[in-house]
Design a protein around this ligand. Structure first.
Ligand SMILES: Nc1ncnc2c1ncn2[C@@H]1O[C@H](COP(=O)(O)OP(=O)(O)OP(=O)(O)O)[C@@H](O)[C@H]1O
Ligand SMILES: [Mg+2]
Length: 240
């Protein structure tokens, strides 16, 4: 049986009186890429932020490696092994590449390995090594996304949650970004990928969920959803 590394059950989240998630359930098997796709405002970031401990759910539970993590602080969630690359990257724009990376490793779980993690980050992203003293805010969009991913890897996560990594990048860089996600997965990383680039996300994922106004409306294997007429009509428009 597949090992459910992350399991979300019947999650309800509200912002004041506005309900953003209405009973969302999904799971991410260990070693897989699971995509969560949907339109603007569907609740994708809300779900990732709730898993990351930044929103408190009204109802429902979040299990990680079989343990309840619902209600933990964001620091405790990262320290448990869940890293998030937030929408818009959220780098420390005035700090250097190296300083950004080091800050990603300052949690108890990762601190003893900071030097090793840095070497691994530079191995995976040689460009970041050559630019290690550059100010993060002066890097290109694609480089900044790469740095954001590398920084979150510094916490030595078991699962990586990516919130729209392709946002604002040129087509060629978008392609590289998806290849990178696949490479991380081949190396053993479990990935929960949020995307509006539905075609690409479904293509690389093992399983996917479609979210619409706070509810999961469809789910299935990535390839299967790509050929689903409903997905094609509603989300893909004219297919590539
Ligand atoms: N801090 C907040 N306060 C109030 N409402 C919020 C807040 N954050 C999100 N919302 C609302 O919750 C709903 C879901 O937003 P969310 O950011 O999760 O969507 P999303 O699927 O990530 O969209 P996008 O693709 O545009 O990033 C939206 O209606 C949004 O306006
Ligand atoms: Mg979002």
């Amino acid at each position: 049986m597949e090992n459910r590394l992350l399991e979300i059950k019947d999650l309800h989240v509200s912002y004041g009186s506005v309900c953003a998630l209405w009973g969302v359930s999904l799971h991410v098997p260990e070693g897989s890429i699971v995509a969560l796709v949907g339109a603007n405002g569907a609740g994708k970031s809300t779900l990732l932020k709730t898993i990351a401990g930044m929103n408190r759910p009204k109802n429902g539970s979040i299990l990680f490696s079989g343990k309840h993590i619902t209600g933990l602080t964001p620091e405790a969630v990262v320290n448990a092994g869940i890293a998030m690359v937030p929408e818009g990257r959220k780098l420390f724009a005035r700090l250097t590449v190296k300083e950004n990376l080091e800050l990603g490793g300052y949690i108890p779980r990762a601190r003893p390995f900071i030097q090793k993690s840095l070497e691994q980050a530079y191995e995976l992203f040689p460009l970041l090594k050559t630019k290690s003293n550059q100010i993060a805010g002066s890097m290109s969009g694609g480089e900044q996304q790469m740095l954001a991913i590398a920084r979150s890897m510094m916490s030595r996560p078991t699962i990586l949650m990516l919130d729209e990594p392709s946002l604002g990048l040129s087509p060629l860089v978008v392609k590289m970004m998806f290849e990178l996600v696949e490479e991380l997965n081949r190396k053993g990383m479990t990935i929960l990928l949020v995307e509006q680039n539905i075609y690409q996300a479904l293509k690389i994922s093992h399983y996917a969920y479609v979210i619409k106004t706070g509810k999961i409306v469809l789910e299935g294997k990535g390839e299967q959803l790509l050929s689903d007429p409903e997905v094609q009509n509603a989300y893909l428009g004219t297919m590539e």
